[in-house]
Design a protein around this ligand. Structure first.
Ligand SMILES: [Zn+2]
Length: 219
């Protein structure tokens, strides 16, 4: 199974992808997705409903802003999340995720232009995966550093497009040797993944800027 494990919908305030667009595009590409909106799981029920006939599998997830005593630490993401965690403070939020039996990963951990988790060392042992390739990293060195870190710490490597716009969906793929979601979960636990992808055009960051100012419509 092929997955883009980092995808945003229009329920993220900086993304335009309608749930219908995500499923249609995934089907066209022959891939599956994890929905990882910023601090919300609102898109998942709709995606689950409309994906049924399409054959596209959807993993419920979230990309979360994390704080420590009010200080911003950056983002961590969860896959197979049942509900949005109540905490946003570290480490309580990580405990909640683990209690839900969800998987924890660090998105774009070394991208200094974006909100990678600042104190990776404090959470490394709890990570089920590390995003070793993110299509939105402007410099490839950020991804190379992430891949080296995952190798050195024996953390499972995954890839995600971080799609906020339809043309980005599927730019990064994590491939699994299985045919169902339980197999995906097990493969991540066993660090049995293959990742590949390409970078998105830097212009996507400008589109994100426009969307945050409500200058672009849902698509
Ligand atoms: Zn993201």
């Amino acid at each position: 199974m092929k997955f883009d494990l980092h995808v945003h919908s229009c329920y993220s305030r900086d993304a335009v992808n309608k749930p219908e667009t995500l499923i249609r595009r995934a089907k066209e590409l022959g891939i599956n997705i994890a929905i990882t909106d910023h601090n919300t799981t609102a898109a998942y029920p709709k995606l689950k409903k409309i994906s049924k006939k399409s054959g596209v599998s959807v993993i419920p997830g979230m990309e979360m802003d994390i704080y420590s005593e009010g200080k911003y630490l950056g983002e961590l993401s969860a896959l197979f999340l049942q509900e949005a965690p109540k905490a946003n403070e570290f480490p309580a939020i990580v405990d909640e995720i683990k209690k839900q039996d969800a998987l924890l990963y660090a998105p774009h951990p070394f991208d200094v232009f974006r909100s990678g988790f600042r104190e990776l060392g404090t959470v490394a042992k709890k990570l089920d995966a590390l995003e070793a390739f993110n299509s939105r990293c402007y410099f490839s060195g950020f991804n190379r550093k992430a891949e080296a870190y995952a190798d050195a710490h024996k953390i499972c490597k995954i890839a995600g497009s971080d799609a906020h716009f339809p043309q980005e969906i599927g730019k990064a793929i994590t491939e699994f040797n299985c045919d169902n979601l339980e197999g995906v979960r097990k493969a991540i636990k066993k660090r049995n993944t293959r990742i590949y992808g390409e970078k998105s055009s830097p212009i996507v960051h400008f589109y994100t800027f426009l969307r945050k100012r409500k200058l672009l419509k849902e698509a």
